[in-house]
Design a protein. Structure first.
Length: 189
């Protein structure tokens, strides 16, 4: 793989990490205690959809390019090794479950904006619980990607050897059920 493609893949990885940060800052909608509280929160549903609905699409697109280039680099270095395919499957699981979690999370604000009906907040909890667990399970895929990449780099030197140390970021991803958001930050790092 030529160095231009590798650089583009690396830039897409950085861009993927940067565009997801606003979604982490916005947070997720909570079921409000009163109707006025719901109106106040979901009045900003349009901006929530931009930060948590549109920008993550770029995260997924850039992440897809990054994982594709990363797997190509790993395959060029290690050949058709099992760790390369674990990295590919881990990246696919991460992106798929993240996309599903994002869709579940923005379903209620999208319905509010589209139908101009605040009463759909009564149905927010199942969607939020679904997105919560999809995000948690996506961290298993990211851990597999991180550990498999670290193994191939350690074995072949496909990337600078110091990057093997970054495989430690896969540990918080495995502890996603207890660490929550910090494991997501480690995945972004």
């Amino acid at each position: 793989m030529n160095s231009a493609a590798t650089r583009i893949g690396g830039l897409c990885g950085v861009a993927s990490a940067l565009v997801i940060i606003p979604a982490y800052l916005v947070g997720s909608p909570e079921t409000p205690a009163s109707g006025s509280e719901a109106l106040r929160y979901f009045d900003s549903a349009a901006s929530f959809l931009t930060a948590n609905g549109s920008l993550p699409l770029l995260h997924l697109l850039f992440g897809l390019v990054f994982i594709g280039v990363l797997v190509a680099v790993l395959r060029n270095a290690a050949g058709p090794a099992g760790a390369v395919y674990i990295a590919l499957i881990g990246g696919a699981v991460f992106l798929t479950l993240t996309a599903a979690g994002l869709a579940a999370e923005v379903a209620v604000p999208a319905a509010i904006v589209q139908f101009n009906d605040i009463t759909v907040t009564d149905y927010a909890q199942p969607f939020l619980a679904l997105s919560f667990w999809l995000y948690h399970y996506s961290q298993i895929g990211s851990a597999a990607l991180i550990f498999a990449t670290g193994f191939v780099v350690w074995r072949t030197g496909a990337l600078p050897k110091w990057t093997v140390i970054l495989a430690v970021l896969g540990v918080p991803a495995l502890l996603h059920a207890w660490l929550g958001l910090p494991s997501a930050y480690c995945t972004v790092a």
